[in-house]
Design a protein around this ligand. Structure first.
Ligand code: SF4
Length: 404
């Protein structure tokens, strides 16, 4: 990819952003009195505390919270908004667990249960191989698959499609494979890396609080295990993303504590590249007591993530989950990354998402430009970047209004 490059740890972020953010924030007098102590902290590169996070959650002016997070985002990335060309291939929906929020999993006996063998997986991937450079693969905890299955899958994928990076397996899948094969997390990840795994997508963090986990995903990895698995990945040179599923039964303090635990791990390892906050989608799943996040709450949570997570470079607007319209707005509320071209995806769609699956790079670039940003295509691990200039579109009828 022609363009520019970054180290895997900076992931394209301006390393001087903390000393430059004040120029984006401007005079303190332009901010409400209530928010000024936090604005001052951000402006001088200080880390926000749990009580600052609570203040941001309860501040009545959402736009002001968004404005502050946008200043931080601009000091790191300017107006660039990142995407990559990827496809999701979910290798199996058969799972030995039954997390309450999950509409995707099936038991082995259900009619629509499936498990792609290595050849079937490769055939699926082959359909998109000309247009993607990343495959994102997560799935259920298959009762018969150990680490050997995934070694074979990754070796064959890399052999057949050497240009496609493999971003695969959530922490609980890594835990499952290590149990099945009776080896440590370290050995599991080391073997998978040697077979071709390039990074972990970060799913399964839900809320890093074991009381919440007991209610929404009993039996999944503990919050400490999630952190341990990601720490191990970072230590062997596998970069990862991290996520947060919000809007189930957690409190605001638990959301903020989740962010604090992630940023503290990243202080230690510097291996998280992107944080992906996404709300629980209710349809067809089994958590009637979920509080369900509203659109404003989603934007506020994305903005607060940007402000709290000073040690994690990218904040993703996961459009497969929040929809294109909100993802576009999120680019003005602290997010700088928008999930890739994603030709095919099952998990969010079974949970009720209606975002079209057929977005290609041109449509995605249009969405980014309409948000007032510059589309930048990146590779899977944020090391290679290229300005994406879409072909001039056919003239469309557009009403005259202010452009961003
Ligand atoms: S979220 Fe993952 S581990 Fe939980 S039931 Fe669904 S597929 Fe299984």
């Amino acid at each position: 990819m022609a363009g520019w490059t970054s180290s895997i740890n900076d992931a394209g972020s301006n390393p001087m952003w903390k000393s430059e953010v004040a120029s984006f924030i401007g005079p303190l007098s332009s901010w409400s009195e209530r928010l000024r102590p936090i604005v001052e902290k951000v402006s001088t590169g200080q880390r926000l505390s749990m009580s600052d996070g609570m203040m941001l959650y309860t501040h009545p002016n959402l736009n002001e919270v968004g404005r502050l997070s946008h200043c931080v985002r601009q000091s790191r990335f300017g107006n660039h908004a990142f995407f990559n060309s990827n496809v999701h291939v979910n290798q199996t929906n058969i799972c030995v667990l039954a997390c309450k929020f999950c509409a995707f999993r099936r038991s082995k006996r259900q009619d629509d249960a499936y498990a792609l063998g290595v050849e079937e997986y490769l055939e699926d991937l082959a359909q998109y191989a000309d247009v993607v450079d990343e495959v994102h693969s997560v799935g259920g905890l298959h009762p018969d698959w150990g680490v050997e299955h995934y070694e074979e899958l990754f070796i064959q994928s890399r052999k057949r499609f050497p240009h496609i990076a493999i971003k695969a397996l959530t922490a609980v899948e890594v835990k499952h494979l290590s149990h099945k094969s009776d080896i440590s997390f370290h050995e599991t990840l080391t073997r998978l890396k040697a077979a071709g795994l390039g990074s972990l997508p970060g799913g399964g963090a839900e809320i890093l609080d074991d009381d919440v986990r007991k209610i929404i995903c009993n039996g999944k990895e503990s919050s400490q295990e999630y952190l341990d698995i990601h720490r191990t990945a970072h230590l062997i040179g596998l970069p990862t993303n991290c996520t947060m599923l919000f809007g189930t039964v957690e409190t605001l303090e638990q959301r903020l504590n989740h962010m604090i635990r992630l940023r503290e791990l990243n202080d230690e390892t510097n291996g998280f590249q992107c944080f992906v906050p996404y709300p629980y989608l209710p349809d067809a799943s089994r958590l009637p007591e979920a509080q369900l996040a509203t659109g404003s709450e989603i934007l506020r949570t994305i903005a607060i993530s940007r402000l709290m997570l000073d040690s994690i470079p990218h904040i993703k607007a996961y459009r497969m989950n929040i929809g294109d319209e909100l993802a576009e707005l999120a680019l003005q509320f602290g997010a700088d990354d928008i999930d890739g071209t994603v030709q095919k995806e099952s998990i969010m769609h079974l949970a009720g998402s209606t975002t079209p699956l057929d977005h290609d790079r041109i449509q995605l670039a249009r969405l980014i430009k309409d948000a007032g940003c510059i589309p930048i295509q990146r590779n899977t691990t944020y090391q290679e970047f290229e300005l994406f200039t879409p072909p001039v579109p056919k003239p469309r009828r557009r009403l005259k209004m202010a452009e961003m």
